[in-house]
Design a protein around this ligand. Structure first.
Ligand SMILES: *Cc1c(COP(=O)(O)O)cnc(C)c1O
Length: 409
């Protein structure tokens, strides 16, 4: 069967095909960047409008209770908990992923007095490393021990290790860590485990309770489609009880409205809230997450594997001889939901693709990154993206798309 026939057949039997219509996809765009900023679900604008015009404009301060604003960090957290194998009440939403990672790392270090090492890897997302460096600036005795590319971070864990902090799906290559094995290795050495699930949540099944992670953080504006800069989540294993973290703002207090002088953390993830919740953004995330009540995560994973697999197969079959190197794992079990291709002209090629309506992104020094959000990307679009890439390579027109200037995000 030709790739085209196969793609058409896969789309015809796709159990998630009905979701595409729930998103505001621009005309004539193949959007392969949902791993960076997810597409807007249709019903989100209406929800945000209601929050702005009814709850805020008319309800004013009464809406903290009447519209349950005060509970949003927890109710949105419960929606995310269902997607990451976490018990209700063990996830809260607020602040950014960077800030939540700081809270989790610091909490883990405070739980392991006498230990001074954070184990991570050099290829972790930069903000994760930067937050570790910020913590080490406060605690100069801390050592950040980062595994070199391709080496196993678990091999660096020892009796001095307070915490192992890794991103589940690598933002560059899409390589996937084995959460069970790494968490078990951290625990075997007496260390705590923090997972960054930014590139996992909404893209593949995650089982935080099953792997017994201590903490996790993640992003809501990528595969969850919560909107630009949408607040991030934090998970705290319920077995840890009330955990002290240093950004001890009033919303994480066990009784914020007692206005007591001394800080006492609320139990678990509730104690990881800090200041007032970002209600407008939370309303958008809440609405976006409502879609997921109807999503079978096993079907999401199956389609993700199918889309990324088809993309790589088609690139290899039709774009050979132009110096492209697929850097994402070929083994389905080892790959997240995007595919990265190293190419010397990567920046210009991505600009040329965007000019032709195929939106991916570029990550320095030479990676072209294509994300496959299973709720709205089809197999036929995936093939069309490869054909566009092939056409640009064969005609050489991508060279006219220029060189980087200014920030590339
Ligand atoms: C996207 C992403 C973030 C985002 O951090 P923010 O503070 O929310 O901007 C963090 N970590 C990883 C691994 C990411 O992929």
């Amino acid at each position: 069967m030709s790739l085209d026939d196969r793609a058409a057949a896969l789309d015809a039997t796709d159990p998630l095909a009905g979701f595409r219509d729930r998103f505001r996809l621009p005309e004539n765009v193949i959007y392969l960047d949902g791993n960076s900023l997810g597409v807007q679900p249709r019903h989100v604008a209406e929800r945000v409008r209601r929050t702005v015009e009814h709850e805020w404009a008319e309800g004013l301060i009464g809406s903290w209770n009447a519209a349950d604003w005060i509970e949003l960090p927890r109710t949105v957290g419960d929606r995310i908990a269902a997607l990451v194998g976490a018990a209700p009440g063990s996830v809260t939403v607020g602040d950014s992923t960077s800030v939540n990672l700081f809270k989790c790392l610091a909490a883990a270090i405070m739980q392991r007095p006498g230990r001074r090492v954070i184990v991570t890897e050099e290829t972790n997302f930069p903000t994760d490393g930067y937050m570790m460096q910020g913590l080490a600036a406060l605690r100069p005795d801390l050592e950040i021990r980062a595994a070199a590319p391709g080496s196993d971070p678990a091999a660096l864990v020892d009796a001095d290790t307070a915490v192992v902090a890794l991103t589940h799906v690598d933002y560059r290559t899409a390589a996937l860590h084995d959460m069970d094995a790494v968490t078990a290795a951290a625990h075997a050495a007496g260390a705590m485990m923090v997972w960054d699930l930014s590139h996992s949540t909404g893209a593949l099944p995650v089982d935080l309770a099953g792997c017994d992670a201590d903490f996790a953080v993640g992003c809501t504006y990528k595969y969850l489609n919560g909107g630009p800069g949408a607040p991030a989540f934090a998970y705290v294993a319920p077995r840890l009880g009330a955990v002290r973290q240093p950004l001890s703002g009033w919303m994480g207090h066990r009784d914020p409205f007692a206005f007591a002088g001394a800080y006492e953390p609320a139990e678990g993830a509730a104690g990881f809230l800090c200041g007032s919740p970002q209600i407008l953004s939370l309303a958008a995330v809440d609405a976006a997450l409502a879609l997921w009540d109807h999503v079978d995560m096993a079907a999401v994973r199956a389609k993700s594997v199918s889309l990324t697999g088809l993309f790589m197969e088609a690139v290899e079959a039709e774009c050979g001889g132009h110096g492209l190197t697929i850097v994402s794992p070929r083994d389905d079990a080892r790959r997240g939901s995007h595919v990265s291709i190293a190419f010397d002209g990567g920046y210009a090629m991505i600009q040329a693709l965007i000019g032709r309506g195929v939106v991916g992104d570029f990550r320095a020094p030479d990676l072209m990154r294509f994300g496959f959000a299973p709720l709205y990307v089809s197999h036929l679009e995936t093939l069309t993206a490869v054909r566009t890439l092939r056409d640009l390579l064969e005609t050489g027109t991508w060279r006219a798309a220029g060189i980087p200037s200014g920030p590339v995000t």
